[in-house]
Design a binder for this molecule. Structure first.
Ligand SMILES: [Zn+2]
Ligand SMILES: [Zn+2]
Length: 366
């Protein structure tokens, strides 16, 4: 058994990530040490590196999306499907840890809003034990409260890691949407959140899946996931986009729109393209990014609009995203456009920042 593990450390914002060695901690009761086989690089990791995420404390090991193999465990544990876990099992874990005790956990049963929620590779500093608290590393220590899903052997874990964050957040959006089979749907944004939303829209039985995005290749990818209409915002003006949406929705607008772009203008457009009595679900904003003005009468009251924000996700959403990927694994392979060894984490951040990658994944053990 190795005594030390290599990990990628964010020490200073906007400066190269560093490779550092950390002692592998001795496990306490209930803890699990995993060998990280794949760590997803999320758009929010780029924001953390830029110092735009108020939740983090330096130095820290980034990475909140991961999957790997159980290397060591202290005590007995089952996964969320009831499977007993053992050394050698492949697992994917829910990124957030919640308290189970606060008002949101206990009374409202909304653990994604838990007052004490923390996330591997976001809220944890590596300055103190157990050090190995982020997924950009050879090993990760999972605390006893972590929710795990056992993965059958032979599955490429790198394809599954987006379930941890963008997939789960998209699942949360659909969970809150009250979408009905046959509904028409608009999705704005063609990053992983948008692409997951297309796949969820199809699995929920949407009749029309209209996507607005700015990249031809990604709009094509959305079509392969089930988009029925794609609108390139660089080629079509806002008026033309509205015409196109009204044409396929009998002049009403869509039943449900999903803002997955994180742009204020997109949210405003999203509201304008929802039918009277419809719902606009906004999941794109992971950090402060500006404001919009709304006409209180026309946009909200007379429209009987339901405007629903979405903040992070909970374990059931990770399950929904994981099962969605497993049901279409060949399609979701296309999402992983870049893979890098651990030591090239800086390149992974760069291709995500430049939007060259739909999804980059680090493979710490090759
Ligand atoms: Zn709580
Ligand atoms: Zn994320």
């Amino acid at each position: 058994m190795k005594k030390e593990a290599l990990a990628i450390v964010l020490e200073k914002f906007n400066e190269p990530l560093m490779v550092r060695a950390f002692p592998i901690p001795i496990l306490k009761e209930g803890e699990i040490l995993v060998k990280i086989e794949a760590a997803g690089v999320c758009g929010s990791d780029v924001h953390m590196w830029e110092g735009r995420d108020p939740r983090i404390r330096l130095p820290m090991i980034p990475g909140h999306e991961g999957a790997g193999e159980i290397l060591e465990m202290r005590g007995e544990k089952k996964d969320d499907y009831g499977n007993p876990l053992k050394v050698g099992d492949k697992v994917l874990w829910n990124r957030g840890i919640t308290c189970g005790q606060c008002y949101f956990c206990k009374v409202k049963r909304e653990p994604s809003l838990c007052l004490n929620r923390w996330v591997y590779g976001i809220h944890t500093s590596c300055a103190e034990p157990p050090y190995l608290t982020g997924n950009y590393a050879e090993y990760l220590l999972l605390v006893g409260k972590t929710d795990l899903f056992k993965i059958r052997t032979g599955i490429d874990l790198s394809v599954l890691v987006p379930a941890s964050c963008s997939g789960a957040t998209a699942a949360h959006a659909f969970d809150l949407s009250e979408i009905e089979s046959g509904d028409s749907v608009l999705i704005q944004g063609v990053g992983p959140l948008g692409i997951f939303s297309v796949a969820f829209a199809q699995s929920f039985g949407a009749s029309q899946i209209i996507v607005i995005g700015g990249t031809k290749e990604r709009l094509q990818m959305c079509e392969s996931f089930g988009a029925t209409h794609t609108l390139n915002r660089h080629q079509l003006s806002k008026e033309k986009r509205k015409e196109a949406v009204m044409e396929v929705t009998h002049g009403r607008g869509v039943d449900v729109s999903f803002e997955m772009a994180g742009e204020p203008d997109a949210l405003k457009e999203s509201i304008s393209l929802v039918r009277t009595g419809g719902a606009c679900i906004s999941a794109g904003f992971g950090e402060p990014h500006g404001t919009i003005d709304l006409d209180c009468f026309h946009d909200i009251g007379r429209k009987n609009l339901r405007l629903q924000g979405v903040w992070v996700s909970e374990t059931r959403h990770t399950h929904m995203a994981l099962q969605l990927i497993l049901s279409r694994i060949q399609d979701f392979k296309k999402l992983i456009t870049h893979t890098f060894p651990l030591a090239r984490a800086n390149d992974a951040i760069r291709v995500m920042k430049a939007k060259e990658a739909v999804k980059a994944v680090l493979l710490p053990h090759g």
